[in-house]
Design a protein around this ligand. Structure first.
Ligand SMILES: *Cc1c(COP(=O)(O)O)cnc(C)c1O
Length: 426
């Protein structure tokens, strides 16, 4: 039977939702429940319009688009930085919109990692996204440092989450730099950025945050928290489009650092065309630009961020995101008990990012069956179904309907028709 009390609750929550009107701004496919906005956010109409406008400006203006487009292409990264700044509690000039998540981590390593005889270790964690470890270990090798000696990972006790006291204990006096995810990509655990930043600074450790899974879903207060540096992608909760240009934050107390990876676009505008072989850095984080901005991958982000400001900024989005995942967990508890599922994200609001991580031994095959039922989740090794209802375009009814379809898959054993996972792209 359909779960009537939950149905009524979902309907009441949707009726009371002040952000419900933004769903119409997105291309939500009819009948589909899209719960993968933490991997690739859906296209919104303003993002589409901004991308189309950039193409039209290219068509009409050619090279003159750099100065005559609206806004001029030459200013676009900095004007998007200003739009983004309130989402992370930073000043616009501390943000550089450039490159990818991984590219920006390389830039931060090249700029901020200053090994000394005493401090030459970079600290990461066992659960972070693979690319961060690749960037760190390859960077160490470039510096002639063996990762076996100079890269260390905080270990997880349960394979899903990190203990903050374990992280603090790992800020030892041989660590120069640490890189941590604000929200863990598999379990969705939200770390206490303010607390860990304070502890790192008290121990002389520079700390950079990977905010790929938090930006656009969780508020940050980088300046107030005294964060050293952060980096992120723009295609997850920010809905900037596949491969959208990423971002990097550098606290202004580090503005005296020369960019480790430099290029002509990081030179101050008035001197860029002087073509001097002496690098004269732009003020603030703009010095981190390397080459010409990827205009067509920036333009949709500008449109996407218009929706964030129209929605009243990050606070109401976080409130709805928490309500969505809370309701989703309630529906899972009520409807899926005894079917082999475990909610493996932290349940407390203060430790929960934007998604629910549902563990099941058959997670891979269940994800395949969900797609047939027009629910879009994603699978993460080894056994996690990630379900990410997003504040801008998901409803409470979406959460319930996803659970109803999931229950149907389990009771009919529809997932058994799929082959076991053999590897490859997920
Ligand atoms: C999505 C994600 C990345 C992706 O890196 P790209 O360089 O943008 O491909 C990196 N780190 C984390 C934690 C992520 O969630």
């Amino acid at each position: 039977m359909f779960p009537t009390p939950l149905m009524e609750k979902a309907a009441a929550l949707d009726r009371a939702d002040p952000l419900a009107r933004f769903r119409g701004e997105f291309y939500v496919q009819p009948g589909e429940i899209y719960l993968d906005g933490n991997s690739l956010g859906l296209m919104g109409r303003p993002a589409e319009a901004a991308a189309v406008r950039a193409l039209a400006e290219w068509r009409a203006l050619g090279i003159n688009g750099w100065t005559d487009a609206s806004p001029p292409w030459v200013d676009l990264p900095e004007s998007i930085a200003a739009q983004l700044a309130p989402l992370v509690g930073a000043a616009a000039d501390e943000i550089c919109l450039t490159s990818s998540t991984t590219g920006n981590l390389h830039q931060l390593l090249a700029t901020l990692f200053v090994p000394t005889a005493q401090r030459s270790v970079i600290l990461g964690d066992q659960l972070n996204f693979s690319s961060d470890a690749h960037a760190i270990t390859s960077h160490l090798r470039l510096r002639g440092l063996d990762p076996a000696q100079h890269y260390r990972e905080v270990t997880s006790r349960d394979g899903r989450t990190l203990r903050e006291e374990d992280i603090v204990a790992a800020f030892t006096d041989d660590v120069a730099l640490a890189v941590l995810p604000a929200v863990l990509f598999t379990s969705g655990q939200l770390l206490d950025v303010a607390h860990l930043t304070r502890e790192a600074r008290a121990r002389g450790v520079m700390l950079g945050w990977d905010c790929s899974h938090s930006i656009g879903a969780v508020p940050h207060a980088f300046d107030a928290d005294g964060v050293d540096a952060a980096f992120w992608c723009s295609y997850k909760y920010l809905n900037g489009g596949p491969g959208a240009v990423g971002g990097l934050y550098l606290n202004r107390r580090h503005f005296d650092r020369a960019p480790g990876l430099a290029g002509w676009w990081g030179v101050k505008l008035s001197r860029r065309f002087a073509m001097s072989h002496t690098h004269e850095p732009a003020a603030g984080a703009a010095a981190f630009h390397v080459g010409t901005p990827h205009l067509l991958s920036l333009a949709p982000l500008q449109g996407a961020l218009e929706i964030f400001s129209a929605a009243g900024g990050i606070a109401p989005l976080r409130a709805k995101s928490l309500a969505l995942t809370r309701f989703l967990m309630e529906a899972i508890d009520a409807e899926l008990s005894g079917l082999g599922f475990t909610i493996s994200n932290p349940r407390a609001d203060a430790q929960r990012g934007g998604h629910v991580a549902l563990a099941h031994a058959e997670a891979w095959r269940i994800c395949q069956a969900l797609k047939v039922e027009k629910v879009v989740p994603d699978f993460r090794q080894p056994d996690v179904i990630r379900l990410a209802p997003t504040a801008l375009y998901s409803s409470f009814n979406d959460c319930l309907e996803a659970v109803v379809r999931l229950k149907h898959i389990m009771t009919t054993r529809a997932y058994e028709q799929f082959a076991a996972r053999t590897g490859g792209v997920t």
